[in-house]
Design a protein around this ligand. Structure first.
Ligand code: 0WD
Ligand code: CA
Length: 405
C-alpha cells in the first residue's frame, strides 16, 4: 500500500496503546476465594437544596411512611421540578471527601483510600458480568496520589438522549419519584398532609429532583479501600448517623399474567420468591448491588400497574436477596462473581495506571460479553470532558490544589 500506516493510522496506534481485560463468563465459577467486601461505615452526609446547593446538613433527609393503598404515581406530573441532565460530575463527592479528610475521620485512619466514586458508577462496574448488550458504559479515570477517581462518561449523544426521553419513558421515570413522595415524610411518624387542593391522601409533596440526601461511606473490596457516595431515599423511624436504618425505594411493573391473581397477604419466602420473579433477575441484581454498596439494609418495592397505580408493596432485606436467587435457573446470578470481577477490574487499573502522569485522563470502555478497554484520552478528548471549566482533567482545580502539593 502507498499509505505509510506505521505512523499515521490512528486505529493501529489505538490498538497499540489500549490495554484489555477480558470479561469473566458468569457461568464459570470464580477461581479462588471471593474477595471480601467490608461492611460500609458512614463518613459524612450532605443535602442538595432545591437550588441544587450542597449543604453539609440533613435538611433533605426523609423518613419512611407506608404509602396509601392504590397510590396513583401519575399525580402532579405536571408540577415535577426536573433537574436537566448535565455531565455527571464528581465535585460534590470530592467536597465531602475533602471535609472528612480535614477532620481526620477515624474511619480513614486504617489505611490509604484506593478509589473515590459515586455509588452508581460502582454499581455499573460490579454488575458488568451480567450486563446485557445494551448495558455498556464508559468511565473517565484519573489516578492522583495513588487514588483512583471514577467519573461516568456520557457522550453528547447520550446526554441528549437522556434529556429527550420519550414521553412514555419520562412518565415512567416520574413514577419512581412519585413513589418516593408517597413513601416519605419530613419528620418521623408524622403522616403527610396534602399541600395543594386535589392532592391525594399520603402525597408527600411535589417532586423536585434537585433535592437529594447523600451518604458517603468507607468500605473495602479485596485490598482496595473505597470512598463511595450515593443518594439515600429515606430512613426508617430514626436516623442514627449510620447506614442501619437506610431504606431504598423502588418501583416495579406488575406484568399481566397469572401472578395477578396471587394475594399478597403475608410475608413468606415463597411469596418473596414470586415477587422476585416479577421484578426480574437482572433488575434485582441492580437493586441488590446498588443498596449493598452503600450498606442500605432494606429495599422497599412498590409494584405498579402500567398506568402507575401501586397495587402492593414488599420489603426485602438486602443481604437475603442473593439466597433467594441462588441456583434458580439460567438467569440466576451470584454476587461473588461480581465481587471477584470488581476486584480483578480494580487490580487491572492499578497495575496499568500506576506511576503514570497524574494529569492524564484515562477512558475505560466496557462492552458487554467482551470486556473492558483502557486507553489514554488525547488532548482534544480531554477538552470535551473539561468543557472550558477550571479543572485538571475532570478534577476541579480547588481539589487538585488541595491534594497535589
Ligand atoms: O447528573 C447526572 N446525570 C447524574 C447524577 C447521574 C447519576 C448520579 N448523579 C448524581 C446524583 O444526583 C447524586 O448526587 O450522583 C450522586 C449520587 O448518585 P448515585 O447514588 O451514585 O446514583 P445512582 O445509584 O445511579 O442512583 C440513585 C438515585 C436514583 O434512584 P433509583 O431508585 O432510580 O436508582 O439517584 C437518582 C435516582 O433517584 N438519580 C437521579 N436523579 C435525577 N437525575 C439521576 C439523574 N440524572 N440519576 C440518578
Ligand atoms: Ca430509589
Amino acid at each position: 500500500s502507498e499509505v505509510d500506516d506505521t505512523v499515521a493510522s490512528p486505529a493501529k496506534r489505538l490498538r497499540h496503546d489500549t490495554q484489555q481485560l477480558a470479561y469473566p463468563s458468569p457461568t464459570s465459577a470464580p477461581r479462588g476465594p471471593t474477595p471480601p467486601f467490608q461492611q460500609p461505615t458512614q463518613l459524612i452526609s450532605f443535602s442538595y437544596t432545591p437550588e441544587r446547593v450542597l449543604e453539609f446538613d440533613d435538611s433533605a433527609l426523609r423518613y419512611f411512611v407506608q404509602p396509601p393503598n392504590g397510590a396513583q404515581l401519575g399525580h402532579a406530573y405536571e408540577r415535577w421540578n426536573r433537574r436537566p441532565e448535565s455531565r455527571p460530575r464528581i465535585d460534590g463527592l470530592l467536597r465531602a471527601f475533602s471535609t472528612v479528610r480535614a477532620k481526620s475521620h477515624p474511619a480513614l485512619a486504617s489505611g490509604p483510600v484506593g478509589v473515590v466514586s459515586w455509588r452508581g458508577v460502582m454499581t455499573r462496574i460490579l454488575t458488568a458480568p451480567y450486563a446485557e448488550e445494551r448495558d455498556g458504559w464508559e468511565l473517565n479515570v484519573m489516578s492522583v496520589g495513588g487514588v483512583l477517581y471514577f467519573e461516568e462518561f456520557l457522550s453528547e449523544a447520550r446526554l441528549e438522549d437522556k434529556n429527550n426521553l420519550e414521553p412514555r419513558q419520562r412518565r415512567q421515570t416520574y413514577f419512581g419519584y412519585a413513589f418516593e413522595s408517597y413513601c416519605t415524610a419530613d419528620k418521623p411518624g408524622v403522616p403527610n398532609v396534602p399541600q395543594h387542593p386535589g392532592d391525594p391522601p399520603g402525597w408527600g409533596g411535589d417532586v423536585d429532583t434537585n433535592v437529594q440526601w447523600c451518604s458517603v461511606v468507607r468500605t473495602k473490596l479485596g485490598d482496595t479501600r473505597m470512598v463511595i457516595g450515593g443518594e439515600v431515599d429515606c430512613v426508617r423511624d430514626k436516623y442514627t448517623g449510620t447506614t442501619d436504618t437506610f431504606v431504598e425505594l423502588k418501583t416495579s411493573l406488575v406484568i399481566r399474567g397469572p401472578q395477578d391473581s396471587v394475594k399478597f397477604e403475608k410475608y413468606s419466602e415463597c411469596i418473596a420468591r414470586l415477587l422476585l420473579l416479577m421484578i426480574g433477575y437482572r433488575k434485582l441484581l441492580k437493586f441488590y448491588m446498588q443498596s449493598f454498596l452503600l450498606g442500605v439494609p432494606e429495599i422497599l418495592v412498590g409494584f405498579r400497574t402500567p398506568s402507575g397505580q401501586v397495587t402492593t408493596t414488599q420489603t426485602f432485606k438486602t443481604v437475603e436477596i442473593p439466597r433467594l436467587v441462588r441456583g434458580k435457573g439460567p438467569h440466576a446470578w451470584d454476587p461473588s462473581v461480581c465481587f471477584a470481577w470488581g476486584d480483578a477490574f480494580l487490580e487491572f487499573l492499578k497495575t496499568q495506571i500506576r506511576d503514570k502522569e497524574e494529569r492524564t485522563v484515562w477512558r475505560v470502555a466496557f462492552r458487554p460479553k467482551v470486556g473492558v478497554e483502557l486507553r489514554v484520552l488525547d488532548d482534544k478528548e480531554v477538552e470535551g470532558v473539561v468543557a472550558g471549566e477550571e479543572r485538571v482533567g475532570f478534577l476541579p482545580q480547588w481539589y487538585w490544589d488541595e491534594v497535589v502539593t
